[in-house]
Design a protein around this ligand. Sequence first.
Ligand code: MG
Length: 317
Amino acid sequence: MLIALGFTAASMPQQTGRIQAAKRVARQMKIATFRVSGERKVGLVDEVRQRVTPFALPRDEAREGVLALIRHADAPELLPALPLGKVALEAPIPRPSRNIFCVGKNYLEHVKENTATSLAAGVARSAPPANPVVFSKLPECVIAHGETVKFDPRVSASIDYEAELAVIIGKGGRSISPTQAMDHVWGYTIVNDVTARDMQVRHQQWLIGKSQDTFCPMGPWAVPRDAIDLADARVRCWVNGELRQDGNTRDLIFNVPTIIATISAGITLFPGDVIATGTPAGVGVGFKPPKFLVHGDAVRIEINGIGVLENEFQEIR
Ligand code: MG
């Protein structure tokens, strides 16, 4: 476990056996940020036994959530396990230190459904993008698995979901090449890139339509990078039990190394930065008529190798 959490493994080829063992462990690791007795902790989740084992982290470090672990070259000691049902899950990085990077139009089938909508709205956008479309969400809109997304019908009448794999940066850097990019990935989580479609069109720039308070459910926890095979990670989303999105990260137009190389070309990435990689086809606006979210809807996102992120949507009245 020590090696799996740090970044030194790749530079120690003589320890191949240990690295392979560590990767096996890493594939099963789920690392949650949670609250117990009012205090934030970070711990290893055991879904089968429904337990979470906290790391012995100083309180001021645990405040950063999973980022506290990223900063440690070695895994901290473990404390006694707790029942998962007795803790309150938080987003893996409850308050990112800056905006969440997001990639738009990164699955071809989603570009097609998006194009039809854009044309109908008189905002002509046609071909798949030649370069990654990067925008961001404010860090204050992050909420946890199980928390409620609250939308204001006086502000938007077209609330939509977007199931996405999100990358968590472990090692910062600038001008990161695609071949080096995966060394900078610590792990992954799930993000629901909740979007007010009418605001997206009305304001042309996406920030406010994507950053309304509570519009970034993240979780339920994070997994190290070896837990996911980007060549085959299924991304699914259900609304009230109805399957709406069923994509796979193998279909990303711009893959994770390309995204990291593009952003870091002129912007230094830091440990704990989160990059949502885009959503597959099947968002509400793509249906005819559109299926926007209404009060009481439950959106459940599952990515193989990570878990399930589920949130209810409620109107602010
Ligand atoms: Mg998105």
